[in-house]
Design a protein around this ligand. Structure first.
Ligand SMILES: NC(=O)c1ccc[n+]([C@@H]2O[C@H](COP(=O)([O-])OP(=O)(O)OC[C@H]3O[C@@H](n4cnc5c(N)ncnc54)[C@H](OP(=O)(O)O)[C@@H]3O)[C@@H](O)[C@H]2O)c1
Length: 359
């Protein structure tokens, strides 16, 4: 007799031991039959067990899980705040959009800010606004400002030394400033390609290189690149922008590997659309301003939310973060897993965009 059969069939009284079965079978059969219950007793017992589990076990277990999760989130939030409290954080492109919101969020978290941009007046206005704002439980600091044009290679070294003079060192550099582009490759002047690359790639690279030796000496620092989902996939009529962001991704990935030995962190953040002035400020094929708030940009995420995600990503020392909705995130995977299909979709998007422009 297979012991499994014994256990399966006995409770239903479908089996009794035969003369050829060993003695222990008969004994076990006897014991189990004695303990068999009528269906009413069984359902009562089942109900009691369920009552016990739901009233005494599941609820505390659930509450315990929720409590543990909340504690984990609270610890994460505290760690994130502690990471930037009193840290010297440099933000480029602080006069508008995501840069300005990062300035507000990092200031409220207690960071010592150096706000960078081209417009001295706008920077000063933001600095005054932040200096006047107080967060009850955090000590805040009056920000410094440094004015320079990232697209001017001659301005970077001077700007870097002014930045270092503000607080004596830099803990976090957020390369946020950027410019977008709209146009067909065939119509675009090489000067426009260069301008976009200077602002989005060569400027941030030069600034990072200028501040890096001081970080290496202190064996401390965090370099952040605000790239774009277009640093991972290329959309038609955005060639210069996508190229500059792909280059950004590549450069900062190399940097991460090279400076890990000096305890320096590198985070590349790739947002999807954000509701800022990026498309309004975009440059076109002939170098003029695009001046249109694209529907995609208008429907993008709020820059405040994205700034909070940037702070969270830094606190967790994330290396590569995509901050996008489902569709753009899926497009990144499609580009890797089914490139043929992805390229066909992009070609059809290009045809549609061209048609809608000419209609
Ligand atoms: N908005 C989006 O949908 C989106 C999506 C993904 C990634 N991003 C990235 O997010 C970053 C911030 O852009 P945003 O959306 O906040 O756009 P934004 O509102 O147009 O802000 C761009 C900032 O960059 C500064 N800037 C531009 N050219 C500069 C230069 N030559 N030198 C110094 N500063 C310069 C601008 O300063 P001025 O005020 O002097 O022009 C402004 O402060 C960019 O790197 C962008 O590529 C944006």
């Amino acid at each position: 007799m297979d012991p499994l059969n014994l256990v399966l069939y006995l409770p239903r009284a479908e089996w009794s031991p035969g003369p050829e079965d060993p003695g222990w079978c008969a004994m076990l059969c006897q014991v189990l039959k004695e303990h068999q219950m009528c269906p009413r007793q069984k359902s009562l017992l089942r109900a009691r067990v369920m009552d016990f589990i739901t009233s005494t076990a599941i609820l505390p277990l659930l509450l315990g899980c929720v409590g543990l999760f909340s504690l984990f989130k609270l610890l994460q939030w505290l760690r994130m705040r502690a990471y930037v409290r009193n840290a010297v954080v440099v933000i480029t492109g602080a006069t508008s959009g995501l840069g300005r919101e990062c300035a507000r969020v990092f200031h409220a978290a207690g960071a010592r800010l150096v706000l960078c941009g081209r417009n001295a007046e706008a920077l000063e206005e933001l600095s005054q606004e932040l200096a006047a704002s107080r967060t009850p439980e955090v000590q805040t600091h009056k920000p410094y400002t440094v004015t320079f044009d990232l697209a001017d290679p001659g301005a970077i070294a001077g700007a870097a030394s002014k930045i270092l003079q503000c607080f004596g060192h830099v803990d976090v550099l957020i390369n946020n400033a950027g410019i977008s582009y709209r146009g067909a490759i065939v119509d675009t002047s090489p000067d426009v390609d260069k301008r976009v690359m200077e602002t989005n790639y060569f400027g941030p690279v030069a600034l990072t290189k200028a501040l890096l030796p001081a970080m290496i000496r202190r064996r401390q620092g965090h370099v952040v690149a605000i790239s774009s989902i277009q640093g991972k996939i290329s959309l038609p009529f955005r060639s210069a922008y996508a190229a500059s962001k792909h280059a950004t991704q590549a450069f900062f990935d190399c940097l991460r590997a090279e400076v890990e030995q000096h305890d320096i962190e590198v985070t590349v953040i790739s947002p999807g659309y954000i509701h800022t002035n990026l498309s309004l400020n975009a440059v076109t094929a002939d170098g003029s301003k695009y001046g249109v708030m694209d529907e995609t940009t208008a429907q993008g995420r709020s820059p405040v939310q994205v700034a909070q995600d940037v702070l969270a990503a830094l606190g967790k020392k994330k290396k590569d973060v995509v901050l996008a909705d489902l569709m753009p995130s899926l497009a990144v995977y499609l580009r890797t897993l089914a490139p043929g299909l992805f390229f066909r979709l992009m070609a059809s998007r290009a045809r549609k965009e061209r048609k809608s422009k000419h209609s």
